[in-house]
Design a protein around this ligand. Structure first.
Ligand code: PLP
Length: 427
């Protein structure tokens, strides 16, 4: 058996062996994709009844609203109630949107740029502004900033959340820092859940900007892989208790509960922020797709139904996540060539190579037929300062493909590390 060598000189000695093994894999013509965090078709099948759940003459919501018609700007009452329970607030504090929470986040940011936010002193676009970006993080958040010319300030994401010393110092001293992106539960891509202390301090910290916002993307609120959930404190409550009721805007969707891209999204926040959002929405739309909301509340009557459904997702996802960690443990365990997260929920595993090796690993893997998320994607501007983070998305391919892909990735890490160690040794 080819036991993985544990010390650098053994690894360098095996360089040509790794090259040969990878060359042999290239001949196989693999075509594996571990890039985007999409649900598999088996997961999507779990919600197929959504397509037929509305029967003829059955389009009325609980309050008598005809879901086929215009109106109901902030959503059907029963949809608002379901999201309120999911997000730890009251239905009155929820605005149900369309199919995408990312769209709602984008719109919140653009509205702030054009009009400002409650408690602020005018449009954010009047001057240069910055957002804090805990990283590794979600590339689409960073894309919103980049697209609209908002400067991104990277802050380290630790195992309990963003580094508080860095965050509190920055926000206290710089009034141009207007917001911070947060994925507080099973963070994309590290799987981190913010601790109570982190939530409490983010809610209470002093900010130089009077209109500072936490953009709290709770995309993985109910996406546990195991029977126990990572507890997450209610940010809206924490903010209200700290006297900063308007600070957090919470987002979520059913994209990875029902259908990705054909689910229902919502935001939740203080009365002032909700009133502000509705004021703008009134101009933007005559109402959301209430038929899709009705389908969802007929399918998921209560949060207990949502949780039971998520257990079925977990049963499909868990073997894939465990395959990723099993192969990495087997191929790279004890080598110090890489480290990886063991998420208890969400959609990703975060993998760190030796410094300077991530882009080489992604390139080698692509040449061998395994597509990975581009190195750097998990950092603002696509630039990972240490060039070491790779996001692994195991949800879509079947277990057998996840296994093969991770064997290839592990080999690419061995090869890239051997090359780096050889170069360092020859200096
Ligand atoms: N937020 C995070 C952290 C995500 O990982 C994703 C999808 O990968 C989304 C939001 C997208 O959500 P939606 O489909 O509701 O736009």
């Amino acid at each position: 058996m080819d036991l993985t060598p544990k010390n650098p000189s053994d690894i360098v000695q095996r360089l040509s062996q790794y090259e040969e093994r990878l060359a042999a894999i290239r001949q196989k013509g693999l075509k594996l994709d571990m890039t985007r965090g999409k649900p598999s078709s088996e997961q999507l099948d779990l919600a197929n009844d959504l397509s037929t759940i509305l029967t003829k003459d059955d389009y009325k919501a609980a309050d008598g609203t005809d879901a086929r018609n215009y109106g109901g700007l902030d959503g059907l009452p029963e949809m608002k109630a379901l999201f309120a329970e999911m997000l730890g607030t009251q239905p009155a504090n929820v605005v149900v949107g369309g199919n995408s929470s990312l769209t709602m986040m984008h719109d919140v940011v653009v509205r702030a740029l054009l009009h400002g936010v409650p408690g602020g002193d005018g449009p954010w676009s009047r001057s240069k502004i910055k957002f804090l970006c805990p990283s590794p993080g979600y590339d689409r958040h960073f894309a919103i900033c980049e697209h609209h010319g908002i400067e991104m300030v990277t802050v380290p994401l630790g195992s309990h959340g963003p580094d508080l010393a860095t965050v509190t110092k920055l926000v206290a001293g710089d009034a141009t820092i207007k917001a911070m992106w947060c994925v507080p539960k099973y963070s994309n891509p590290t799987g981190t859940t913010y601790s109570s202390e982190v939530v409490r301090r983010l809610a209470a910290m002093k900010t130089a900007a009077t209109d500072f916002r936490l953009l709290w993307d709770n995309a993985y609120a109910v996406h546990d892989l195991y029977d126990t959930t990572d507890p997450l404190d209610e940010i809206l409550l924490a903010c209200a208790e700290a006297g900063n009721a308007d600070r957090a805007i919470v987002f979520a969707s059913t994209s990875k509960i029902s259908f990705a891209g054909a689910g229902v999204a919502a935001l939740a926040s203080s009365s002032a922020n909700v009133a502000d959002a509705k004021k703008h929405l009134f101009v933007q739309t005559i109402g959301p797709d209430k038929l899709n909301q009705l389908r969802h509340v007929r399918f998921f009557k209560t949060m207990a139904d949502v949780r039971a459904h998520m257990q079925k997702h977990a049963a499909l996802l868990c073997p894939k996540f465990e395959t990723v960690t099993r192969i990495l443990d087997r191929e790279l365990g004890g080598t110090d060539l890489a480290s990886w997260t063991r998420p208890r929920g969400g959609y990703f595993v975060s993998l760190d190579t030796l410094e300077g090796c991530a882009s080489e690993v992604v390139k080698l893997a692509e040449e061998a037929g395994v597509k990975l998320t581009p190195a750097g994607a998990t950092f603002p501007y696509g630039r990972d300062p240490k060039n070491q983070n790779i996001r692994i998305a195991p949800s879509l391919p079947p277990v057998s493909q996840v296994e093969t892909a991770m064997e290839v990735v592990s080999l690419c890490i061995l090869l890239a590390s051997a090359r780096k160690l050889k170069t360092s040794a020859s200096r």
